[in-house]
Design a protein around this ligand. Structure first.
Ligand SMILES: Cc1cc2nc3c(=O)[nH]c(=O)nc-3n(C[C@H](O)[C@H](O)[C@H](O)COP(=O)(O)O)c2cc1C
Length: 325
């Protein structure tokens, strides 16, 4: 399938794997790219720019296809050394960067000068327009259903995507709630040039996370996520577990007075133990409502081929039938 995104990124299928903390290692990024999509290494999962350079090199050993690096701008008092991470990305020969968190104005000139395509992930039309105005090449429009940080506007993709299509001139991909051929065709129908998936790619053979994480996603339904940290205006969609219950009890008890320090045990530094050790209840971790559509653990190639063949059948069989009638 040829779209503005496949052309821009030099990929075969319009399917992107979004950056995911302690999931987006070289193994997953390479598997997605080898299957014809765009895999993404999560920059800040690497503790230093040197570690990121090494992860990029490992990915290049596993694929000769294009892949991306995610650069997330966190709301923190001690920001990581972003210029050093950007240098590692440029020197590593990476061709696409996914930015997220806030607009990437501070790093954009360096990435653009190096010829890197920048896809900014954002959760509202106004943020997408801002990304367009500062020179991003594309945006990833993340609806309220998404795993991770949906922002504070709570607009689901059925509204957000056509709104983005009405306003934007640069291409965009859908993100949040995407899982299969139906998602892809619906995204294209609403004006997107492809789709970005997070949660779906965790439940794959190559995702280098503990089996417990994959099993938890397969077992979950669309009713099994919650929004946490809303009172801190840092809302995150996570899979329900004991830590989420504890955190929500604290939110209820402390109300507006809640501070980050009150929930540090549930949220800070928990990803390695969950994703790598499979300790499923020790903290909160991002997961989308789309878990309700995930029932197996295929390889990335099986998943992407299945999505493309489902999309083909929907377009050429189901939709064509309506038109012929
Ligand atoms: C476990 C997990 C970790 C994530 N970590 C990040 C991250 O570090 N940076 C980022 O920009 N997005 C992150 N995301 C968001 C994904 O890149 C993607 O936008 C989101 O998962 C899309 O929604 P979906 O899960 O419904 O597909 C994460 C998502 C998950 C599920």
């Amino acid at each position: 399938m040829k779209t503005a995104i496949t052309e821009m990124c030099g990929i075969e299928h319009p399917i992107i794997q979004g950056g995911m903390h302690f999931v987006g290692f070289a193994e997953l990024a390479a598997a997605v790219s080898n299957a014809g999509g765009l895999g993404t290494i999560t920059g800040l999962t690497q503790r230093s720019a040197a570690d990121l350079a090494n992860e990029i090199a490992r990915c290049k050993d596993m694929t000769d296809k294009p892949f991306a690096v995610n650069l997330t701008f966190l709301p923190t008092l001690n920001p990581p050394d972003y210029p050093a991470y950007v240098k590692a990305i440029i020197e590593g020969g990476v061709t696409v960067v996914e930015t997220a968190g806030r607009n990437p104005a501070e790093v954009l000139p360096y990435l653009k000068d190096a010829g890197i395509k920048v896809i900014h992930k954002c959760t509202s039309v106004r943020h997408a327009l801002k990304a367009q105005s500062i020179g991003c090449d594309a945006v990833s429009v993340d609806g309220f259903e998404c795993g991770g940080h949906p922002g504070e506007d709570d607009i689901p993709n059925m509204i957000l995507l056509p709104r983005a299509a009405d306003e934007l001139e640069i291409p965009f991909v859908s993100s949040g709630g995407q899982a299969d051929g139906r998602s892809l065709v619906a995204s294209l129908a609403m004006g997107a040039e492809g789709m970005n998936m997070g949660t779906r790619f965790i439940a794959t053979v190559e995702a280098p996370v503990h089996q417990n994480v994959k099993d938890a996603i397969v077992a979950a339904s669309e009713l099994d996520t919650s929004l946490v940290m809303r009172p801190l205006r840092n809302t995150e969609r996570v899979l329900n577990n004991a830590a989420v219950t504890r955190l929500l009890e604290k939110e209820k008890a402390l109300g507006d007075k809640i501070k980050f320090e009150d929930i540090v045990d549930e949220v800070a530094g928990v990803y390695p133990r969950i994703m790598l050790e499979g300790e499923m209840d020790i903290g909160v971790w991002s997961c989308g409502m789309v878990a309700g559509l995930i029932n197996d653990i295929p390889t990335c190639e099986e998943l992407i081929n299945r999505i493309m063949s489902e999309a083909d059948t929907i377009i050429n069989d189901r939709l064509a039938r309506f038109q012929a009638a």
